[in-house]
Write a protein that binds this ligand. Sequence first.
Ligand code: APR
Ligand code: PHB
Length: 389
Amino acid sequence: MRTQVAIIGGGPAGLLLGQLLHRYGIDNVIFERKDRDYILGRIRAGVLEQGTVGLLDEVGVSARLHQDGLVHHGIELAFGGARHRIDMTKATGKTVTVYGQTEVTRDLMDARLAAGLTTVYDADNVGLHDFDGTQPRIRYEKDGKTHEVACDFIAGCDGFHGVSRQSVKPEALTVFERVYPFGWLGLLSDTPPVSDELIYNNHERGFALCSMRSPHRSRYYLQCALDEQVENWSDDKFWEELRRRLDPEAAATIVTGLSIEKSIAPLRSFVAEPMRFGRLFLAGDAAHIVPPTGAKGLNLAASDVHYLSTALREFYTEKSAAGIDDYSRRALGRVWKAERFSWWMTSMLHRFPGTDEFSSRIQRAELAYLIDSDAAKTSLSENYVGLPY
Ligand code: APR
Ligand code: PHB
């Protein structure tokens, strides 16, 4: 087999990159180690920046998003028993759309299938070769056979635990990491959301987030200890603790019900530099991770593949390497701004074990300044709706 761009990983980054390259007439094949159902079984965040919506519009994969997605103009911050709305559209003229990542992935998978593009699922032991030269190759195993694929470029869209970043010589990589001393216990339920917009709660017992997937399906999160086990959390225990962390009105009006999914995720900030190694480019979680507090993970994958796809189009149509030579610098510029925002939101809203009274007062001052200052609200809003590409 031969293709122009071999994409490792069939999650949101790989799928969106594949559709953008296809739109630009660039042949690509996705090599994914799991199968379609496994990928669609993952529960992930669901807040899309306007830029991400624009890319899905560009590749013609936004019909369901515009039909079912919930356009939000603000968020609420709750602390000290009160809720404070931040009107992000007033501050920026932009909106965000609440639409589950699982649905984005499903829409992209369906579009890829309809376009007759090749995705090799259950591709085992994918190996990356000769990406330091001009004739990279990948090898993989499937149905007991080893296959080799010649290509011009490899896009490593295989997530944090993928093989692409691990194929780079350690001395060629610099990594930056912050692991947070807590996790998020998430619950999905077919109950109406407690509010029309997301509520980010700073509480002495710990952070809580009230989110949603639709007017009939809610997504809630509780900050929990790193060694917490999801088996220790019955639905009743979850709802009881959530009520303790909400403002009185939300605690009184929340509709509880049976969980359809419960899981615990760790929080980390991570960046690998650079994001380009010869003919190998990293994009999405393969290159960076953000704590979910700022809802940036999927949106950073989108801006990465926007930069990469336009750079590859320039290479093939204008025979110019300027875009691919500038990819890492350009992508990392936006990545680090999102890392900062996600770290700031996490630091402002969570209870850090062992924190002293000084840090606690600083956190309260940060929140008080935020709700008193239009400039501070505009700064949060600009970052939440998405900085320019
Ligand atoms: N070979 C082939 N495929 C692989 C390999 C491998 N060695 N390792 C991982 N993969 C696949 C995974 O099975 C997954 O489907 O790569 C895909 C990576 O997808 P994601 O982890 O979702 O990463 P990405 O596409 O960058 O999307 C980022 O997903 O994890 C969330 O919060 C994150 O919202 C963000 C988004
Ligand atoms: C979610 O709905 O899963 C969600 C929303 C906003 C966040 C994180 C997660 O910041």
